[in-house]
Design a protein around this ligand. Structure first.
Ligand SMILES: Cc1ncc(COP(=O)(O)O)c(C=O)c1O
Length: 432
């Protein structure tokens, strides 16, 4: 079928004006790499959003989009969820932060304890990086070892980012303490334990990134880790309160010693959580994990309301259903266009990623750019995949799949460089 006439042009005037100002004032023009202008096709995609509700966002020029980034994952119920926002407003009347802990710290710790299998004890941070770093510190203190084995993305702190191509400013001495292994490849972890005998404090991994575990990979990692006297840490910053209420550990039935949560825990308010085994968590009595905003009450009120509503509405079941329709619908469209080898939507339905491959099977940024460009022109804001929230309804899914069909047809026509209406998107970083 022929690609339909492109939708009417939108103005991006204000976005582009702000971008010019930001170039003078803000390095990278964003506080978050994945929201930066080089992650979207400049001149076609908006650069600034100013309003959001449910599954929709509005840019600074008033254009409306169905969003699938969901602020990079935190939005699980929908933007501006009325119950979460009411809980935050009620707390705001009482105060945002106090000179002693708020009772909400105990209440939310109790909710996490009831919900997450490994959570005998609980502490809070603000960003995912706070708690992955806290986990590594606790594991080092508990085991008396210094090295760490990791697999996945774990945030901006030295111990992890030093393993990537964005390691500027990280001392070599720090970099030498973090080792990496490959997902679904237990021998790659065995080799690390063999080469660094008695030195590895913990194994930290995303239990499921986008590739799903095969052949009991998570059980095998747990076995190898424990056999070697190290602690198992699941980085559930993405999977927590998204894949399952109790995280990927509940979904796959493998309980780690420690787990880190963030993103979806408070439907967009800044809260992260480290939870785990009592004897390990008690290390926080001595070591230093402490910050001014650690117990900030608005985010805790948001977390209590979010977790309760996710449970009451059985929201994750609905998120799985919509995510499955998007993933499977997308893959059918790719196959119909004869692109099934180059275009695949993979991952568990609440958080999927689209792989774009060139004819040689290499990741293709130009393909991703054209796809993203064609979606945004049709009112769909897309980064790399579908983060589904409870507010994505059947109409959103149908409209998205129709836009995908047209964008895929455009890819199938070829001449992608010519089709690109702005600069190609760039990779944030690679494994070093
Ligand atoms: C799996 C995982 N861990 C940790 C982090 C770091 O979280 P934050 O950006 O909130 O510091 C992220 C962020 O994307 C993540 O995806």
């Amino acid at each position: 079928m022929k690609t339909q006439a492109p939708p009417s042009p939108r103005s991006l005037k204000r976005s582009l004006e702000l971008l010019k100002l930001a170039e003078r004032l803000i390095p990278g023009q964003s506080q978050t790499f994945s929201k930066a202008p080089n992650q979207f096709v400049r001149g076609v995609s908006p650069a600034f959003l100013e309003r959001a509700k449910g599954s929709r966002v509005w840019d600074v020029d008033g254009n409306e989009y169905i969003d699938y980034s969901m602020a990079l994952g935190p939005i699980i119920l929908g933007y501006g969820d009325p119950d979460v926002d009411a809980a935050v407003r009620k707390q705001l009347e009482k105060g945002a932060i106090f000179s002693l802990p708020s009772p909400l710290e105990v209440e939310v710790a109790g909710l996490v304890h009831e919900t997450v299998p490994c959570a005998e004890m609980v502490r809070f941070g603000k960003n995912g990086s706070d708690v992955t770093t806290a986990a590594v510190r606790a594991a080092r203190a508990f085991t008396g070892r210094e090295k760490v084995a990791c697999c996945g993305y774990h945030g901006w702190q030295d111990w992890y980012i030093g393993t990537t191509t964005r390691s500027g400013g990280v001392p070599k001495a720090v970099r030498s303490l973090t080792l990496t292994f490959d997902y679904n490849d237990p021998p790659s972890l065995e080799r690390l334990f063999k080469a660094h005998k008695g030195e590895i404090a913990c194994v930290i991994l995303e239990p499921v990134g986008v590739v799903e575990p095969k052949d009991d990979f998570l059980k095998e990692v747990a076995r190898i880790t424990r056999k070697n006297g190290a602690l198992l840490v699941f980085d559930e910053v993405v999977t927590g309160f998204r894949v399952s209420l109790g995280g990927a550990q509940e979904h796959y039935g493998v309980t780690p010693d420690l787990a880190c949560f963030g993103k979806a825990a408070a439907n967009g308010f800044p809260l992260s959580i480290i939870a785990g085994r009592r004897d390990v968590m008690l290390k926080f009595n001595d070591l230093f994990f402490s910050s001014t905003f650690g117990g900030e009450a608005l985010s805790l009120a948001a977390a209590a309301a979010t977790i309760r509503k996710l449970k009451a509405k059985k929201a994750l079941a609905q998120i799985w259903r919509q995510g499955e329709k998007l993933r499977d619908g997308f893959n059918k469209l790719a196959a119909d266009a004869g692109l099934e080898k180059r275009l695949r939507c993979i991952g568990l339905p609440p958080h999927t990623v689209i792989q774009f491959k060139d004819e040689k099977g290499q990741d293709s940024l130009v393909m991703r750019s054209v796809f993203q460009q064609e979606l945004v022109k049709r009112g769909i804001l897309f980064l790399v995949g579908f983060n589904v929230c409870w507010s994505h309804d059947d109409k959103d899914v149908a409209r998205t799949l129709e836009a995908c069909r047209e964008a895929i047809e455009c890819l199938a026509e070829g001449d992608l460089e010519d089709k690109l209406e702005g600069p190609c998107v760039e990779a944030v970083f690679r494994k070093a």
